[in-house]
Design a protein around this ligand. Sequence first.
Ligand SMILES: [Fe+2]
Length: 363
Amino acid sequence: MRLIPVNLLKPGMTLGKKIYNNDGLILLAEGVKLTDTIIRRLSVLNLSYVYIEDKKTEDIVIPELISEETKLEAIGSIRAGFKNLEERSTIKGSFLHLGKTFSGLMETIMGEIFAVDESMVLLTDMSTSDYNLYQHSLNVCLYSIVLGISHGYSRDEIKVLGFGALLHDIGKTRLPAALIQKPGRLTDEEFREIQKHAEIGFNMLKDEPNIPLVSAHCALQHHERLNGSGYPRGLKGPDIHEFAKWIAITDSYDAMTTHRVYRPAMLPHQAVEVMYAGSGTLYEQSFLALFRDRVAIYPPGMTVQLSTGETGVVSRIHPDVPHRPVVRVLSSAAGEELTQPYEIDMSESLAVMISSIGTTKQE
Ligand SMILES: [Fe+2]
């Protein structure tokens, strides 16, 4: 399986992974043969890339942090829970039930992640389309759990962190949908309105017996930044809860790597670079360093150009050195397609660098 930019899709190609619409519902299943009509539909979805199956990369597996079933179940519960909140003017009662639902969901997610018997890598799904709150909440939750494990938190601490991450933006369910879904940049006034979601979320969560109080503080503080430039209170480093500092990182990363109406999705390495400009000022330096070490900036399936001039597809990542993956070389420095592709393990071939990300010459 490999990633192909949507503008290079051709009829007859086979879809490698499911495609979800902006509401988190399945739009196309894996194995579907692309037609002109499907490609046209994909191009209006604001997807940058999709996974396709082809002969030379058919054995390349795109690893996932949780199973497809759990992911679907999670998106379903988050959507149902959040929609329930959007539709109710009072939240008491309904939320007690939701606290229990989300608690069960957290257990399922954590059970699967903890069952993975190797060091964790933060994987970015490159084939998601426009931002939606449900997918974003799940991504931020998964990324935060991975970082929490790498940081060495206990299972109980990770559950609190994961809960905070899953529900960090829940206050948005109480703001007008038209404001949340506004296509385009916000005016200053609209931005001030959106900023209220942090405090609204805190108030929704703080008294709920099924929600840890620290998780409620994550909702309150996830937009605070070390130098005091964040909101709602302009708290500085020592006053921000460390779980909120992790969520500041995972929330920013997921937002940057997701397509928005006013800008395309950044690639993982670009988002990491942008975030690094805020190391020690916006984000906790040591947390950001761990994040950078754990994120797969060249995820499996991505096409890369090597410093040798050759082009290939990332076939595998080493969890311990995710920045130096195994690359399956598909075309020579002269741009000729290789009849016998071979692999370069960048964790061993230290002189080889990834010079750019892009498409193979055959495409
Ligand atoms: Fe937020």
